[in-house]
Structures are given as structure tokens and as C-alpha cells.
Design a protein around this ligand. Structure first.
Ligand SMILES: NC(=O)c1ccc[n+]([C@@H]2O[C@H](COP(=O)([O-])OP(=O)(O)OC[C@H]3O[C@@H](n4cnc5c(N)ncnc54)[C@H](O)[C@@H]3O)[C@@H](O)[C@H]2O)c1
Ligand SMILES: N[C@@H](CCO)C(=O)O
Ligand code: NA
Length: 430
């Protein structure tokens, strides 16, 4: 058997420990599959003395992961620290400059600096792999770059954040509060260091930006992703969705439109019997619509130690076996810039929940605002009857351009009897 591939691991948290454990548990089969063993020669984390439940005594300890990336006796640096800047970025940069391959799970880093880092990898002729960064254990980067490489992508979409899917599923199943369920997801090791990244849609947007780059062959463009999280989704909206035949999911969608590529992350109502609605808990799913393959869907665990380590180890094994591809499918100079479409151009149907003072004439005022904006309503229903009190009113709008929907909601918000900002959730036939 060939000489071992030597790796240095920066970060021994949920994913780092999961990676060490997987490599140790499957050492023999991993070696057989890539033709050489994988040897962990160096590690770095913040606290040397912490008991992590895994044995790294065979590896040289570094307090400074950047020094490790430069100096360690390793072919590949595995970055599992996290964060778009600071030490994670410096570690990856140092490794690439030193001509060492990099495996990372860090979507924040690649969403912000992916194109520059891909260029740095090309400059020294090494690979930068990040399967774990997008939809955790689901091998979607490999699927797009290899298995679906003959297609022109039309649309890529999916559930890209396990924490949000876990929260929405648990809220639906138990009627519990948002905050309470978020805490549980944090304990399970699903959430980002700063959970606002999860619940505000930022983490899903990071992943979507990477998917868009690989699927459409354009430079990573995180700044163009329209983002909305799940904080405003209430238990009441989940019940209304159910009654309308939908479930609420946080989706990332990248699609070709006449205005350019539109990248958007937001909660959606999706039909209960569609391919997305049945994806529950920490599971993620990615659907690719290609011109020749049609619709292909991959589903699996998107977060947690085991699933994420599964993807990290697959990338390490590719490097051990001498397999690799340009970071985003083609060399950076062959990625093509194309226009980015604004969410204002999106055309879709909408669910709108208003909290209104129950008195005669309110519906007429709402109908007038819709008529003036030429926006067509599909249905409107007042939930309950309590004269003089606040009641929810639910309406659905026929497909309309988003800019018009936003305008009419602003007018509706100005009606005296409408006492809270309207809650709007897009309805998708996905
Ligand atoms: N947890 C998941 O389910 C999951 C899934 C996919 C991707 N990711 C990504 O994987 C990465 C790691 O996530 P995690 O959940 O394992 O995080 P974590 O917080 O559990 O672990 C981070 C590790 O980095 C170490 N670290 C932090 N600063 C350091 C420094 N200055 N020097 C050396 N070590 C330092 C910490 O000591 C810790 O061991 C992140 O980029 C995250 O986005 C996580
Ligand atoms: N916080 C992320 C981890 C996986 O990237 C999630 O919940 O999906
Ligand atoms: Na993946």
C-alpha cells in the first residue's frame, strides 16, 4: 500500500471530533478504498486539556492553527474552526500558499472569499474541497460537479439549514415556542456558533451562493442573495398553512430568470404532497432541475457530527486517491459573470396574515387597496368573530410580481384597523 496521506486538523469541536472518530472507526476500509491510509499528524484547537472523547495523542499539538497550516508535517489541512474571517481564513490561506490541499466545512468563509481562495488553490496546484459546507452529509457538490455535469441547470433549490428545519418541524409537531426549540437544536450540535446565522437565513444563503456558483458556473456572489429568516413565522401561520394544504419550510432557491440569476432564501409554503414538504427535522434536501436529467433530488442529514464528518472524510479520501476538481467546477478564469436578478422581479403567489380590529368595513378597505394596485386576491378569510377585538385575517394572492405585492402590503399596513405589520409568506409550487 502507498504511503499514508498525512492530515492536520484545525478545530476539534462537533465536526472535528466527528471527523477524528470516523477516521479511526473506519481506518481499514478508508485505506482500502483510497489505496493508502490516512494519518492524523497534527491538531489544533483552543483548549489543549479539554476531554473531547476522542484520542488525538498521536498527533502533534499546535496552539496556533495558522502555524500548523504552514509548518506541520501534513499534505492536507482540514479546517473545522468556522467563521468567514480571522483565524479560519488565515489557516486556509496559509495552507494553500504552502501548497497543501484544504478540506473545510466552512460555508461562511467560502461564501465570502471562495473565488479568491479558489484562485489561491489554483496558483499552487492544490485542491480546495468543501462538500461538508453545503447540506452537510448530502454529496451535492460532487453530484453537481460530476454526476450532473452534462446538464445545463435551470433551477436548484432546497432545504439548506438543518437548524431551521428542525425548529419548524418541532414547532409544527409540538406547538412549542421558537426560542425553546432553538435551544434544543443548539444542544444537539446543529446550530452555528452564532445561531442568528441559522434563524435569519444567513447560513442557508452562504450555502446557496456556493450551490449557485457550481450549478451555473459563475463566481460566488453572496451579496446578491435575498435573505429572510424564520423569526416571524408563528405557530398560527403553521396552522393556517396546514389548513390551506401547505407546510412551511425555509428554502434556498437559485434560478435562471429573464432578469438574470435570482438567488433567494426565505420561508415558503410548499404543497403537502410535494417533494420538499416531507423533509423533516435536521434533514436537508436539494433538488436540481437540469435540462436533460429533469428533476433530481438528494435528501439526507444536513448537520451534526456524523453526517458532516461523512462529507469531510469523503473529501479527504478524494485527495488521498489523487482525485480532485476545480473548486467551483471550472477554473476561476472560466467562471462567467452574469446579471443578478432582484427579488422584486420574482413572480409568485403569497400568503398574507393581517391582525385587524374586528369592525365592519375593514374588508372593503383591504379590497380597495388591492384593486388600486391591480393585485388579484385568491381568497380572504377572517378567523373568528370578536367585535371590537383583534382577529387574524388570512388572504392568499394570485401570482403577482413581488414589487407589486410589497407595495400593496405597505398600503394595507396603513389602514387604521390593521394593527400589526402584515406577515407575508411566499407560496411555491415546489
Ligand atoms: N455543526 C454542524 O453540524 C456543522 C455542519 C456543517 C458545517 N459546519 C461547519 O463546520 C465548522 C465547525 O463547526 P462546529 O460545529 O464543529 O464548531 P465548534 O464550535 O463545535 O468547534 C470549533 C472548534 O474550533 C476551535 N477553535 C476556535 N477558534 C480557534 C482558534 N483561534 N485556534 C484554534 N482552534 C480554534 C474550537 O476550539 C473548537 O474545537 C464551521 O465552519 C461550521 O459552519 C458545522
Ligand atoms: N448550522 C447548520 C450546520 C450545517 O451547515 C445547519 O443547521 O444546517
Ligand atoms: Na454536502
Amino acid at each position: 500500500m502507498a504511503a499514508p496521506l498525512k492530515i492536520a486538523i484545525a478545530g476539534l469541536g462537533t465536526v472535528g471530533v466527528g471527523t477524528v472518530q470516523l477516521l479511526q472507526e473506519h481506518a481499514r476500509v478508508v485505506a482500502a478504498r483510497c489505496g493508502r491510509p490516512i494519518e492524523i499528524t497534527a491538531v489544533s484547537a483552543r483548549d489543549r486539556l479539554r476531554n473531547r472523547g476522542c484520542d488525538v495523542s498521536m498527533a502533534t499539538w499546535y496552539d496556533d492553527p495558522v502555524a500548523m497550516a504552514r509548518e506541520a508535517d501534513a499534505d492536507v489541512i482540514v479546517e473545522l474552526i468556522g467563521g468567514s474571517d480571522g483565524v479560519a481564513r488565515e489557516t486556509v490561506q496559509a495552507a494553500l500558499e504552502a501548497g497543501r490541499g484544504v478540506v473545510t466545512a466552512n460555508k461562511a468563509l467560502l461564501a465570502m472569499h471562495g473565488t479568491a481562495l479558489a484562485r489561491a488553490a489554483e496558483a499552487t496546484g492544490v485542491h480546495l474541497a468543501y462538500e461538508a459546507a453545503v447540506a452537510g452529509g448530502i454529496p451535492i457538490i460532487k453530484a453537481l460537479r460530476e454526476g450532473l455535469a452534462g446538464n445545463r441547470a435551470r433551477r436548484v433549490y432546497g432545504i439548506l439549514n438543518g437548524t431551521c428545519n428542525y425548529i419548524l418541524t418541532t414547532m409544527e409537531e409540538t406547538g412549542r415556542d421558537f426560542e425553546d426549540v432553538l435551544e434544543e437544536a443548539q444542544h444537539l450540535g446543529y446550530a452555528e456558533a452564532d445561531p442568528t446565522f441559522d434563524v435569519d437565513g444567513i447560513d442557508a444563503a452562504h450555502k446557496l451562493a456556493l450551490l449557485t456558483s457550481v450549478a451555473f458556473g459563475r463566481p460566488v456572489d453572496f451579496a446578491s442573495v435575498s435573505m429572510e429568516g424564520i423569526r416571524h413565522v408563528t405557530a398560527m401561520d403553521i396552522v393556517h398553512a396546514d389548513e390551506l394544504g401547505y407546510r412551511i419550510k425555509l428554502l434556498g432557491v437559485a434560478e435562471e430568470t429573464e432578469h438574470g440569476i435570482l438567488q433567494r432564501v426565505h420561508p415558503c409554503m410548499v404543497p403537502k404532497n410535494g417533494p420538499i414538504a416531507s423533509v423533516d427535522g435536521v434533514f436537508n434536501a436539494v433538488v436540481v432541475e437540469g435540462d436533460h436529467v429533469g428533476r433530481a433530488k438528494l435528501e439526507g442529514r444536513g448537520a451534526g457530527a456524523g453526517p458532516t464528518a461523512s462529507a469531510v472524510v469523503a473529501d479527504i479520501m478524494d485527495m488521498a486517491a489523487g482525485r480532485g476538481a476545480p473548486t467551483f467546477g471550472v477554473p476561476v478564469d472560466r467562471l462567467t459573470e452574469s446579471a443578478a436578478a432582484s427579488i422584486n422581479t420574482h413572480i409568485g403567489a403569497y400568503y398574507v396574515r393581517l391582525m385587524v380590529l374586528d369592525r365592519p368595513g375593514v374588508f372593503a378597505e383591504i379590497a380597495t387597496a388591492l384593486r388600486d394596485a391591480q393585485v388579484s386576491m385568491e381568497s380572504i378569510l377572517q378567523r373568528g368573530h370578536a367585535p371590537g377585538e383583534i382577529v387574524p385575517v388570512v388572504m392568499t394572492l394570485h401570482p403577482t410580481v413581488e414589487a407589486a405585492a410589497i407595495r400593496v402590503l405597505a398600503h394595507i399596513a396603513d389602514i387604521d384597523a390593521v394593527v400589526e405589520p402584515p406577515c407575508m409568506i411566499r407560496i411555491e409550487d415546489l
